[in-house]
Design a binder for this molecule. Sequence first.
Ligand code: FAD
Length: 307
Amino acid sequence: MNPLRSLILAAAGNDVIRRAVATAPVSRDVVRRFVAGETTADAVGATRGLVDAGLTVTLDYLGEDTTDEGLAEQTVHAYVELLDALHEHGLADRAEVSVKLSAVGQLLDERLAAENAARICAAAQRCGTTVTLDMEDHTTTDSTLRVLAELRGTYPWVGAVLQSYLHRTVDDCARLAGPGSRVRLCKGAYAEPAEVAYQDTHEVDLSYVRCLNALLAGDGYPMFATHDPRLVPIVGARAEFHGRKPGSFEFQMLYGIRPDEQRRLAGLGHTVRVYVPYGVQWYGYLMRRLAERPANTAFFLRALTSR
Ligand code: FAD
């Protein structure tokens, strides 16, 4: 792995650095580039803007690695409030939610996380939309897929995320490509060891192509989450090869990243979903975005030191 990326991902877990960044006066302005705001109203406002531009949305209430049951409960409430607000504003047919199981108690107890996720799914069903379970580091993959299978028993539309940097993922793609499945394929954003993950970016990209073929060959609904200018046309070409029409798969990108490309793809008739994070716990999310691109780090450091 690139040493700068490893360093930033290590800093993501460091409390002293977190406090320094979180309290720096300019941080919040910089964060705004990648995070829609802190409140439900901010999230609904950002969703409205994207939907009006012809895009669809998945919203992430920021937070992860919760070891406090009260915080997990607060996260469930935030999602339910958001889902009700999306419904009320007539946005629930264009916007769903993404949930990290570690934010609803996975580190405390898988059962608690499954029950909390089920409450969010019940609210989504009531509001006429869907939920996707984000994928976190590899120590949680089996647990997350177990919870997914359980939730899909009641809510067959619950989406999964698979990460092409993991050696196991091509098999997971084949296994999860069945009818009715919704699978988001991404490269993966965590610092993972060589025993479980490709370290070379080229290997990760090749794996992404193998995985996208496995998903497109199946009967599910694949969601291709990448900004990579080489992979986006490969998705288009392979989808055509597999006889997939626009509407039988979608592109996904992050809020604030390649917005022109998001609109270009939507203009071609593709479904494009923008992942919109909001909330006060933005630190871990921001550090992963910085690790992906040295230019973002330079931008962030310049902003921190320019006042
Ligand atoms: P990269 O090779 O990282 O980037 C290719 C090009 O895209 C870059 O050259 C640049 O032009 C542009 N780009 C990429 N990232 C940035 C950035 N941060 N700032 C500016 N430009 C950028 N990961 C998980 O582990 N679990 C998840 O659940 C998860 N969900 C995701 C949901 C969505 C909708 C998306 C888009 C990503 C998600 N990710 C998730 C993150 C993902 O794993 C990658 O870390 C991230 O998308 C960067 O990979 P890339 O495919 O864009 O390719």
